[in-house]
Design a protein around this ligand. Structure first.
Ligand code: AMP
Length: 293
């Protein structure tokens, strides 16, 4: 265990599940509530908003930094995933985080990386990210379940930024009747609208300049939703995103609970526009809630 301190907080860093569990047992015995924010590091203000919300709503915020190998379908993506531990620790201290868990792969997967979770996600893992990243959500569910078993939090904070991931975790918690309260935190954006992401640091200045287009196109679809059907909005969005240097993989307008593409807006309590675009080697995802009642 290593202890870090600033004026705001004291934060403990644990690398093993045994040490972390022992510490959290004491926290629980003291009657404190535990909030959990799982991350893959290279932290930015998007992560910070989740951590701050957890620090406000619970007594002890635990952040994990673990670049989960089982959710990467491209090995090159895993290898080049940014790692900035010193910067991350400074940001965590600023958010009031109490515990940082930075395990090695063997700590998380002591019996190997093969998933023993046999969960039926229904249709949720089929479209969008599921179609472009085979196996990705099996890895996500596997690591979230494992980390929840270790941390046993009262509250779990996840970002709207990864909307499909959020829907899948919500489904898993319900299916397995796991006793944790899941909270969705809104997407934090750069001032020009680009959703913050650890991957943004891989963009060249020219690629970065294309970034705001994604949010502009999402916003335009939302602005036109009272005049056009989803299919027409999708077609326009795909055209607008097809500019030199940028290649849209999908733009879908889906029901916020089932993730099924919708044909009309009526009859859906929540509608979300979701997109993924490739900018050079960097894959960016974003979404916008079009309707929520
Ligand atoms: P990651 O480190 O990319 O696995 O993300 C960890 C958590 O932070 C996930 O719940 C993400 O949805 C969330 N997150 C990532 N980027 C943002 C953002 N720009 N705004 C809010 N939450 C975010």
């Amino acid at each position: 265990m290593i202890r870090f301190r600033n004026q705001l907080t004291t934060m403990y860093l644990f690398k093993t599940t045994t040490d972390l569990s022992r510490h959290l047992e004491k926290v629980r015995r003291a009657g404190k509530t535990i909030g959990f924010v799982p991350t893959m590091g290279a932290l930015h203000e998007g992560h910070a908003s989740l951590l701050r919300q957890s620090a406000e709503e619970t007594n002890c915020t635990v952040c994990s930094i673990f670049v989960n190998p089982t959710q990467f379908n491209e090995t090159t993506d895993l290898v080049k995933y940014p790692r900035t531990p010193e910067k991350d620790i400074a940001l965590l201290l600023d958010t009031g985080c109490s515990v940082l868990f930075m395990p090695d792969v063997v700590e998380v997967y002591p019996s190997g990386q093969q998933s023993s979770l046999h969960l039926d996600f229904g249709y949720l893992d089929q479209p969008m990210e599921g179609a472009y990243r085979p196996g990705h959500f099996v890895g996500v569910a596997q690591v979230v379940k494992r980390l929840l078993d270790i941390v046993q939090p009262d509250e779990l904070f996840m970002g709207q930024k990864d909307f499909q991931q959020f829907a899948i975790v919500r489904h898993m918690l319900t299916e397995m009747a796991l006793p944790v309260n899941l909270k969705m935190c809104f997407t934090v954006r750069e001032t020009d609208g680009l959703a913050m992401s650890s991957r943004n640091m891989h963009l060249t200045p020219a690629q970065r300049a294309l970034g705001p287009l994604i949010y502009q196109v999402l916003s335009q679809a939302k602005a036109n939703m009272h005049d056009q059907l989803p299919a027409a909005l999708k077609l326009t969005a795909m055209k607008l995103l097809s500019v030199p240097g940028m290649e849209p993989e999908y733009f879908e307008i889906v029901d916020g609970r089932t993730l099924q593409p919708i044909t009309i807006f009526e009859g859906h309590d929540m509608v979300v526009a979701c997109t993924a675009v490739r900018v050079g080697d960097v894959r960016l995802i974003d979404n916008l809630i079009m309707k929520m009642s």
